[in-house]
Design a protein around this ligand. Structure first.
Ligand code: AMP
Length: 299
């Protein structure tokens, strides 16, 4: 059981119809590793600037996250600023300051190279491939992407896809990547590009899994308290791969259960700004909501 995540650590400034926050701890690797720490002891690789408070690193460590792959570089930490629309299903990126993340060249500490589960969080396909080259014998590799890489580094992305077990992307990205106009056709088409399974994230409309076993659909957990959707996708990924890593499992039934864990943990993330809500809950809360979600889906 050894789960590696490589991705961004950020200061997020977020505006939603429910309020705003400045310089909250965020980034794909932060959300993923905090969520995965409910299931296992994740290994974190990323880069931050000298402005990154030691308290954040202590928080990761207190959750059992191995931060020996976290590098502090001269300069500032990555900053992202976004504003959500009224329905909170879509957002505009108002500002991106790559800072030290712009020259991120991840080198895995030696003792991370035997990781069996790997999450390549959103970054350029070239960086994702470089990380994968350093892992000796991965069992399950999952990656995320964004429209930017589909538009600017499609060739690199297409080369990466056959190396993946799981590929996560949101609905509009799947349409963009395949040229399809229907999500189901797009899901199948993405799978034909190489990954063993594909998960299409649909925000408040849940997620769809395309695998050898066919199509599996999960609704979002219906939380009435949506405060800030930032990090829902990375949290979902942390729940999916965290549960697969904890059980060393990968059957069709395991994947379905992992989808449910991803859904439930993402529903907590959106109930607060940044990582706030995840910081309040325990594995017991997560399991209680998981059982409630299971009952909701039984008929
Ligand atoms: P999500 O809401 O799951 O899509 O993830 C949001 C997180 O992604 C935020 O915490 C941002 O800091 C981070 N993020 C935004 N843009 C980028 C980017 N270009 N590369 C890596 N991480 C990003």
């Amino acid at each position: 059981m050894s789960l590696l995540v490589v991705g961004s650590l950020a200061f997020d400034s977020i505006e939603t119809p429910n309020g705003k926050v400045d310089d909250a701890l965020g980034g794909s690797a932060s959300f993923f590793s905090v969520v995965a720490s409910f299931f296992t002891k994740p290994r974190l690789v990323g880069v931050v600037g000298q402005d990154f408070p030691p308290e954040h690193i202590q928080m990761f460590r207190a959750k059992g996250i191995d931060t020996s792959g976290l590098v502090t570089k001269e300069g500032k930490t990555f900053r992202w600023k976004g504003r959500y629309h009224q329905d909170m299903n879509s957002r505009d990126t108002l500002d991106v300051q790559l800072n030290v993340f712009g020259t991120f060249d991840p080198v895995l500490p030696k003792h991370f190279r035997d990781s069996r589960h790997v999450f390549l969080a959103n970054s350029s396909p070239a960086i994702q491939a470089k990380v994968l080259d350093q892992v000796e014998k991965p069992e399950i590799v999952m990656a995320d992407t964004m429209d930017l890489w589909i538009n600017t580094e499609k060739k690199g992305l297409l080369e990466l896809l056959p190396r993946l077990d799981g590929f996560l992307l949101n609905d509009s990205e799947a349409l963009l990547l395949t040229g399809e106009t229907n999500l189901v056709r797009a899901g199948h088409a993405v799978r034909k590009l190489g990954p063993k399974f594909v998960i299409l994230k649909k925000g408040e409309h849940g997620a769809m899994l395309f695998s050898e076993a066919g199509v599996f659909v999960v609704p979002a957990y219906p939380t009435p308290h949506i405060v800030d959707p930032t990090g829902a996708g990375d949290s979902f990924a942390g729940g999916v791969l965290g549960s697969l890593a904890a059980d060393s499992a990968s059957s069709a039934a395991d994947l379905k259960r992992a989808m449910a864990y991803g859904t439930v943990v993402a529903s907590f993330t959106v109930e607060g700004f940044g990582l706030d809500r995840l910081g309040e809950i325990t594995r017991k809360d997560l399991d209680a909501r998981y059982q409630e979600y299971r009952k909701m889906l039984t008929f």
